[in-house]
Design a protein around this ligand. Structure first.
Ligand code: HEC
Ligand code: HEC
Ligand code: HEC
Ligand code: HEC
Length: 211
């Protein structure tokens, strides 16, 4: 039998199967597409859970243990902020970019960049500064996903909050400039003191003062 030419070999791949209907092939394609989509959504969801983050971030100065002491974990209304709520953008583009950027975190854990208390302490300022810079650059978007100033009943906020939340202040500063440390209070007091320089500086967040 004569050998098949390249064109003959490729034909089954390039033209519809003589044995299967077009509808059948479209159906198979559709099913594969759905499987891929479900798989993608599933992997996005799994890699956004607290359990996933904590599987690595169960380190010294444990961010989860810190979070549990704050009002973002337990509060009157029972609304909870997860790691991803504050650290992972919700919009598709920025979310994908942050997931790709997380390659640094995988590399960091492979190379043990924060695997002893000493290394963690040494690297903490770098990590903190990077996250603060990220929130500064996006105008604290992740905070705003839950806290919308345009719906604030400002008159019901504390006197101090009303003063600092005046339109002028909010135009000049973003949430993270004043509220750094809300979720990881142990690391916070220093940063909070640095950002408030006026006489009535709130020295620390409520959690820091142990209230
Ligand atoms: C594979 C282990 C691992 C997982 C899973 C992981 N992290 Fe990390 N993370 C790290 C390491 C290591 C660093 C330090 C990386 C560096 O600075 O080189 C880090 C750094 C960070 C930082 C500091 C800021 C920055 O950009 O470096 C934040 C915030 C953070 N992780 C949040 C999270 C959240 C939220 C999750 C879950 C969605 C998560 N991490 C999942 C290992 C991990
Ligand atoms: C998932 C929604 C959610 C996200 C995201 C979120 N918060 Fe909150 N925040 C809450 C809830 C719920 C409370 C508690 C309200 C209460 O005490 O009843 C709260 C309380 C607060 C308080 C007052 C109590 C305190 O801890 O001092 C501040 C300030 C605050 N958030 C700022 C922020 C900032 C800044 C960010 C972004 C880094 C942020 N929040 C992200 C939901 C959220
Ligand atoms: C110029 C500094 C400043 C900026 C910018 C700022 N805040 Fe505040 N915020 C404060 C101060 C000060 C308080 C009062 C803290 C206290 O009472 O201990 C406060 C209180 C709060 C509270 C608690 C209100 C209450 O009375 O219980 C929430 C929630 C809050 N801020 C969220 C935000 C969010 C979200 C943003 C960004 C849109 C933001 N803040 C921007 C300084 C600021
Ligand atoms: C309410 C918002 C919020 C939640 C929820 C939250 N974080 Fe953070 N996180 C921050 C902010 C803001 C920073 C920037 C530094 C600061 O202000 O303390 C930060 C900083 C970090 C850093 C850098 C090191 C440090 O301590 O500053 C890591 C790592 C981190 N978070 C991990 C986590 C993990 C893991 C979870 C879930 C268990 C989590 N965070 C939950 C807001 C949050």
């Amino acid at each position: 039998m004569a050998r098949k030419t390249l064109g003959e070999r490729l034909r089954p791949l390039l033209s519809p199967s003589p044995r299967r209907s077009v509808l059948f092939l479209v159906g198979v394609g559709g099913v594969l597409g759905i499987v891929a989509m479900v798989g993608f959504n599933y992997s996005m969801a799994v890699t956004s859970t607290d359990a996933f983050c904590v599987s690595c971030h169960e380190m010294y100065e444990h961010p989860y243990a810190q979070l549990q002491k704050t009002s973002h974990f337990n509060n009157v209304t029972g609304i909870q902020a997860t790691c991803a709520d504050c650290h992972l953008p919700q919009e598709f583009g920025p979310k994908m970019l942050r997931k790709i950027e997380a390659a640094r975190e995988v590399w960091g854990s492979l190379t043990g960049i924060i695997d002893t208390p000493e290394k963690y302490a040494a690297h903490l300022p770098v990590m903190r500064a990077r996250e603060i810079a990220r929130l500064r650059a996006n105008d604290s978007q992740e905070c705003r996903n839950c806290h919308a100033p345009e719906r604030w009943l400002t008159a019901m906020q504390s006197v101090k909050a009303q003063k600092y939340h005046a339109a002028r202040e909010l135009n000049e500063k973003t949430c993270i400039d004043c509220h750094s440390g809300i979720a990881h209070p142990k690391a916070a007091s220093k940063v909070a003191r640095m950002t408030f320089t006026t006489a009535d500086t709130p020295a620390a967040t409520k959690e820091d003062s142990g209230q």
